[in-house]
Design a binder for this molecule. Structure first.
Ligand code: GLN
Length: 476
């Protein structure tokens, strides 16, 4: 089949004009999954029958297409999303046979909006990781070069969108798990404001940091999806009652007058970090900043002085919450017993239990919470002067599968540019900004104040329209 759509808008247009039908589109994706997934390992479960059945039902509703914002859009979910009647493993052997008992709120919203479910996507077990290699079901491979990691923990989500095994992939971002794989696979990754999208029914990693977002091939698609998933949910008390704006309407072509800050700790002159940063990542981020300036942005330097402390802060708060959330997997009601946890989950359970225990709580957990407030204040101060902040996503290029597995600390250090955003609960979007000499993708991120997703989409789309990277696809 010759593919006539590149995004949600052109897909829906194809349905409207009768050029496409949900069934033929489902067949297209299933064929690609069958062909490419054995090598890429992006999907853990393919819901072939369900997808075909949903497609058939949608065909009867073609007359009402405009009342379904994601009519016939093929989506797949990170295997952390609970899906009724469908295996939900969290990438862990502990839940290898667990069948979801209900749909997460986000899953239900996708389905109610007309999306077609293609399956469940591989991820680092319990979302612990930055490479996808911590999955108990084998690593996902990077579609741009299958010897390399696709990034994590939403490894399958980014690989599936990059390899065109679905149009939209749902993910989660606790410390970078959407932005990291999006940048390693040259696709668009949105981490919404904490509380913008319901966490209900999504297997918890670290509840004060978990953010529910998605990976798409374009900024416009990202805005369309958030318009569906965002909003208050009585089943998640941390969701915000702020009205959901018309995100697709906030797209823009110019950045005239938008003030963008470069944290001096991250990049360019005087940076304390660039010595550890890959030169090509630095150069490509610089080029992206130049492009933003060309589009009318006013670029200046800002300071986030607690950047060096934020990684330590994250690696105390996050394992503490992980150890608490994973306590429920006792193997009594469902799943295997605790001996089935892999080494990374065990490491985090031990670390978290230690920092929460009597005598150590004040020294570690409480101190980390105070540092977290300082990180929040850093961003608040910066946003008094600028509208958005620009930064690289990952300090290094995608690495070879196996290269860092023996050294968990070196992997933790890769999160330095993503975790501050989660500590502060801010929204951020990761965008493709080019390729290394070795043809590996690089992404950069735009970060905004809480609930500034509209501004992020506007700036991101202006950048996307002016650059060619989102139009390049891996040859598979
Ligand atoms: N890489 C980070 C970690 O391992 C982030 C994980 C995530 O966002 N789920 O903790």
């Amino acid at each position: 089949m010759n593919k006539s759509w590149t995004d949600i808008a052109s897909l829906v247009e194809g349905y409207k004009t009768g050029k496409l039908s949900p069934t033929t589109v489902v067949e297209y994706y299933l064929e690609r999954i069958h062909k490419l997934n054995p090598e890429l390992n992006a999907y853990l479960t393919v819901t072939e029958d369900l997808a075909k059945q949903q497609a058939k039902e949608l065909e009867k509703k073609l007359a009402e297409i405009d009342s379904f914002p994601l009519f016939g859009v093929p989506v797949a979910f990170k295997d952390l999303y609970q899906t009724q009647g469908i295996k939900t493993t969290a990438g862990s052997k502990v839940l290898e046979n667990y069948i979801g008992q209900y749909n997460a709120t986000a899953v239900q919203r996708y389905i109610d909006a007309g999306a077609i479910v293609l399956g469940k996507l591989n991820c680092d077990a319990w979302a612990h990781g930055s490479s996808g290699e911590n999955s108990d079901f084998g690593p996902t491979k990077n579609p741009w070069n299958t010897q390399y990691v696709p990034g994590g923990s939403s490894s399958g989500s980014a690989a599936a969108v990059a390899a065109d095994l679905c149009l939209v992939a749902a993910g989660t971002d606790t410390g970078g798990s959407i932005r990291c794989p999006a940048s390693f696979c040259s696709v668009v990754g949105l981490k919404p404001t904490y509380g913008r999208v319901s966490r209900y029914g999504i297997i918890a990693m670290a509840s004060s940091l978990d953010s529910i977002g998605h990976i798409t091939g374009s900024v416009a698609d990202s805005a369309r999806v958030l318009a569906v998933t965002a909003g208050v949910d009585p089943k998640d008390a941390t969701t915000s009652t702020q009205p959901v704006p018309d995100y697709p309407a906030s797209l823009a072509t110019s950045l005239k007058g938008v003030r963008i800050g470069i944290p001096k700790e991250y990049l360019r002159l005087g940076s304390t970090m660039t010595e550890g940063m890959d030169k090509e990542v630095e150069q490509l981020t610089d080029a992206a900043i130049d492009q933003l300036q060309k589009l009318g942005a006013i670029v200046s330097q800002v300071s986030l002085p607690h950047t060096p402390q934020s990684l330590a802060c994250y690696y105390i708060i996050q394992p503490a919450e992980v150890s608490s959330n994973l306590a429920r997997y006792d193997g009594i009601r469902y799943g295997h017993d605790r001996s089935a946890f892999g080494p990374e989950a065990k490491r985090r359970i031990m670390l978290g239990t230690y920092t929460l225990s009597a005598g150590y709580y004040d020294a570690y957990y409480k101190t980390a919470q105070k540092v977290r407030t300082l990180v929040v204040e850093d961003f608040d101060k910066a946003f008094e002067r600028v509208d958005l902040i620009v930064a690289p996503v990952m300090p290094h290029l995608p690495f070879k599968i196996g290269e860092k597995v023996a050294d968990p600390m070196s992997l933790y250090l890769e999160d330095i540019l993503t975790v501050p955003v989660n500590l502060a609960g801010l929204p951020a979007i990761s965008l493709p900004c080019g390729f290394s000499q070795t043809k590996l993708p690089v992404g950069f991120q735009l970060i905004g104040p809480k609930f500034s997703e509209q501004k992020l989409f506007a700036a991101a789309q202006a950048y996307e329209l002016a650059t060619p990277f989102h139009e390049q696809h891996p040859s598979l």
